[in-house]
Design a protein around this ligand. Structure first.
Ligand code: PLP
Length: 388
């Protein structure tokens, strides 16, 4: 059978090779320090689990949900007001099964084949996958060391800006760990208004931001609610990655368009999950703050520990990832990841899997406690890899 040609855009070869090697080593009893996938090792707060458990015990909660519960939309409004100082209306919000799903379907609702979408390079892979699924055309803007891994709208050519339908921005950024500098959202909004481009902000890491900086929302900036939308995921703040809870929030016409698309293929978020979301959004957030401190400890263990071995890894500013330049003498991120796995038992992700400008880097997910990270660094040191 001949399958849809858009599938030719997708492949898992990079990860397949690393995963095969990992399984092979595990079979021999080798300890693997797995820092490749961004799944938090922390637990969801008890009150969220309890809300889900109670709702799951009610047979009424097993029916098609068909809609977002008004209480859940109110809970999002309340959270955005308290946490970010943003006033929202329930109509400006819709749920999605994680940002991954939401951003994966977004271009289908907004684009016709061939429409231009601006994406960061390197980027979180689903940004690109969604564009391919809609048969739209990606145009990559660079996130480089020289510009602090931040988007620079004044470097986007005029003709590209005129043709672009939407631009995805995500800060704190996966994989590069950069965070919004003051004024950047204002610049994006002014540029977006000038060229009539929708800004799509993926706010996955507003609660994982270091060195006393405060995470925020793009929607808190004047003009954002008319110019853009934001994906707001509960996955990382509340360690509920498997529950698939995120919201698309902002420009009403855009939220309506995505809601219309989704209403064709979906009957609504499982009600116990909606109840869990309400508990997360209305409950205590002390554990979220404490967790941020723990992520920072892990970042320090990795970056400062690597420096002692002569591997210079800048301190990431936010997200649960560290973006590490390859050590001196190494040129291929894939080869280096394979070597690191074989010789030290440390698994991270090749930068090249996030886009061409990711080459020259590897990404570590901060999913191990500091003592394990120090053990991993010891294994790297003993492997002699950094001295080769
Ligand atoms: C930038 C970014 N957006 C979204 C997600 C996924 O969020 P969700 O679990 O809501 O699909 C991730 C997960 O790693 C991410 O790094």
């Amino acid at each position: 059978m001949k399958f849809a040609h858009k599938l030719n855009n997708f492949g898992a070869e990079i990860f397949a090779a690393l995963n095969e090697k990992k399984l092979e080593l595990e079979k021999t009893g080798r300890v693997i320090y797995n820092m490749s996938v961004g799944t938090p090792d922390f637990e969801p707060p008890a009150h969220i689990v309890q809300a889900l458990r109670e709702a799951a015990a009610d047979p009424q909660c097993w029916k098609y949900a068909l809609r977002d519960l008004p209480e859940m939309l109110e809970a999002v409004c309340g959270y955005y007001k308290r946490r970010f100082g943003v006033d929202l209306l329930p109509e400006q919000i819709m749920s999605c099964y994680g940002t991954q799903e939401g951003v994966g379907h977004l271009a289908m609702a907004l684009c016709d084949p061939g429409d231009l979408v601006l994406l960061p390079d390197p980027c979180y892979p689903v940004f690109q996958a969604g564009v391919f699924l809609a048969e739209a055309t990606p145009w990559y803007y660079p996130l480089t060391k020289e510009t602090g891994f931040l988007p620079c709208v004044n470097e986007i050519p005029e003709d590209v800006a005129h043709r672009a339908k939407f631009m995805i921005v995500s800060l704190p950024a996966n994989p590069v760990g950069s965070v919004a500098r003051p004024g950047i959202y204002e610049e994006l909004i002014a540029w977006a208004k000038k060229y009539d481009v929708l800004i799509v902000h993926d706010n996955a890491y507003s609660d994982i931001i270091f060195d006393g900086e405060k995470g925020g929302s793009f929607l808190a900036v004047p003009g954002a609610l008319e110019t853009g939308v934001e994906f707001f995921s509960l996955s990382k703040s509340f360690n509920v990655t498997g529950a698939r809870i995120s919201f698309l929030i902002g420009r009403r016409d855009v939220v309506d368009a995505v809601r219309l698309l989704r209403s064709q293929i979906d009957f609504g978020m499982f009600l116990p999950i909606q109840k869990a979301a309400i508990a997360a959004l209305t409950g205590p957030v002390d554990s979220v703050k404490e967790q941020c401190r723990l992520y920072q400890e892990r970042r320090d263990a990795l970056c400062l520990g690597a420096a002692e071995l002569g591997w210079d890894i800048p301190l990431g500013k936010g997200s649960m990832f560290v973006w590490a330049p390859l050590p001196a003498g190494k040129t291929s991120s894939m080869d280096f990841c394979m070597e690191l796995l074989e010789k030290a038992g440390v698994l991270c992700t090749p930068g090249s899997s996030f886009g061409p400008r990711g080459e020259g880097y590897v990404r570590f997910a901060l999913v191990l406690p500091p003592e394990k990270i120090r053990e991993a660094l010891l294994a790297i040191d003993e492997s002699g890899l950094l001295r080769a």
